[in-house]
Design a protein around this ligand. Structure first.
Ligand code: ADP
Length: 255
């Protein structure tokens, strides 16, 4: 049976490009009202405009879905709170949170500046914490919530040049472990997805032949499963190239 999200309100951060865009489109196509968040900045986390988010909202509306754009910088808690308040005012609640926004500042450890560490921690780890914090009380009150955080194999095994990113991504798993336990009493389920997909982030790192096999859309079924009523909790789901077996399992479950 196909998963539907009719009546649910979702926020997807970093949804102007890549994975977040694919998740936002997938949610909207299955009936969710979607806040398409993206601060639209450069890859290193500087600058910003809402154009990318607005373009995705247009795509969703053209396909008959419901969406609004939001330009909050996830590393700014006031802006994250304002985004959640806007969605709640417009649509009544936030039921589903996909914390996906991210940047890279790869450098070998010897060359990594403290600011390269701080910026990546601010966006990935603090930003993810803020997104969870801003929706938590509402989810507890309504006794329902699904939260999907984005981790990476870099957090488990490490990639060269990613001391900052790997530390943040490992921290996100730590955050999930606690929130999943604290959410249990109130049907809040918290999981992480560990994607391998062709996005602006990976295209710098991998050869073109590998990227052809790694469309962001291949990750979305895993995320939709983790957002569904039947989601597990406290799980890290590897998805994408290298994790075809898990995607296959999800596909045969009928998602
Ligand atoms: P991936 O799809 O692999 O996560 P992308 O670079 O394609 O990588 O997408 C990440 C998205 O996250 C970008 O669209 C970027 O603008 C967005 N983003 C980065 N930092 C922030 C931030 N602080 N707040 C909101 N969105 C952000």
């Amino acid at each position: 049976m196909a998963i539907r999200f009719d009546g649910r309100v979702a926020i997807v951060t970093g949804a102007g490009n890549g994975l977040g865009r694919a998740h936002a489109l997938g949610l909207a196509a299955r009936g969710a009202k979607v806040v398409v968040n993206d601060f639209g900045g450069a890859r290193d986390g500087t600058g910003g405009s809402m154009t990318a988010a607005e373009t995705v909202v247009e795509e969703i509306r053209k396909a008959g879905g419901t969406a609004m754009a939001d330009g909050a910088d996830v590393s700014n808690y006031e802006q994250v709170k304002a985004m959640v308040a806007k969605a709640t005012k417009e649509w009544g609640s936030v039921d589903l949170m996909v914390a996906n926004a991210g940047i890279l500042r790869d450098k070998s450890f010897g060359k990594m500046e403290l600011s390269d560490f701080q910026k990546v921690i601010d966006v990935h780890l603090a930003g993810t914490f803020y997104c969870c914090k801003a929706v938590w009380d509402g989810m507890k009150e309504r006794n329902y919530g699904r939260i999907v955080l984005t981790t990476s194999s870099s957090g488990m095994f490490g990639n060269f040049g990613q001391a900052n990113y790997g530390a943040a991504k490992a921290g996100i798993v730590g955050l999930m472990n606690v929130l999943a336990q604290e959410g249990r009493k109130t049907d809040i389920r918290v999981n992480t997805v560990s994607p391998t997909a062709a996005t602006r982030m990976t295209e710098e790192l991998l050869p073109p032949q590998a990227l052809q096999l790694m469309k962001p859309e291949a990750i979305t079924p895993a995320v939709l499963f983790l957002l569904s009523d039947n989601a597990p909790t406290r799980t890290t789901l590897g998805a994408g190239a290298g994790s075809f077996a898990q995607i296959k399992i999800i596909e045969t479950e009928g998602i």
